[in-house]
Design a protein around this ligand. Structure first.
Ligand SMILES: [Zn+2]
Ligand SMILES: [Zn+2]
Length: 185
């Protein structure tokens, strides 16, 4: 019988998965389905942490760049609407009522959903919150369905608008999926 590497004379029961040395049960730690000795356990958890940090950093960079780019594009495509909103705010209740016509709401609603989606994506990544990423995915699905319905019903909006509001949510979902196991509830 092989002795524990730490305790001569004590029978070893298992091998450390990393270094392969044999140990008694009190010298091993169970991680999932594997056993590690205490010195290997430290480097294993350090490796796991750095993989996690790397993945999160990459997602943060991609997510931030995406949010900024799409934010700028949404702002530019909605520039006329922003000007109209400012004018309506200065023009009293009647001007506001005219501004908030159903056609305008139909244009602005997916934009508002898209902005909310990116906001929750950012919260989810920065704060490691699973619920925020899940909310971002749900909002993303709503935006996509909204855009597909608009395209199917012959919306005459410029091509970049549907592209932004379909590709954007898909990228958000991909980022959420990549980070799904690293987040707290
Ligand atoms: Zn070991
Ligand atoms: Zn031992």
């Amino acid at each position: 019988m092989v002795s524990c590497a730490n305790h001569p004379g004590v029978d070893a029961v298992l091998k450390c998965r990393k270094c392969g040395r044999s140990f008694c049960l009190s010298c091993l730690e169970e991680v999932g389905e594997f056993h590690y000795c205490f010195s290997c356990l430290k480097s294993v958890s350090r490796d796991a942490r750095s993989v996690y940090t790397g993945k999160l950093t990459a997602s943060l960079i991609v997510g931030t760049a995406l949010c900024v780019a799409i934010g700028v594009m949404i702002f530019l495509t909605q520039l006329d609407n922003f000007v109209a909103l400012v004018n309506a705010l200065g023009g009293g209740p009647d001007a506001m009522k005219t501004f908030l016509a159903p056609s305008m709401l139909a244009t602005l609603a997916p934009v508002a959903l898209g902005v909310a989606m990116f906001t929750f994506l950012a919260i989810g990544l920065v704060q490691s919150k699973k619920w925020a990423l899940q909310l971002a995915v749900v909002l993303g699905l709503m935006v996509i369905v909204w855009r597909l319905v608009a395209i199917a019903s012959g919306s005459k909006e410029p091509i970049y608008s549907p592209l932004i509001l379909i590709i954007g949510p898909i990228v958000v979902m991909a980022i959420a999926y990549i980070n799904r196991e690293n987040l707290r509830a």
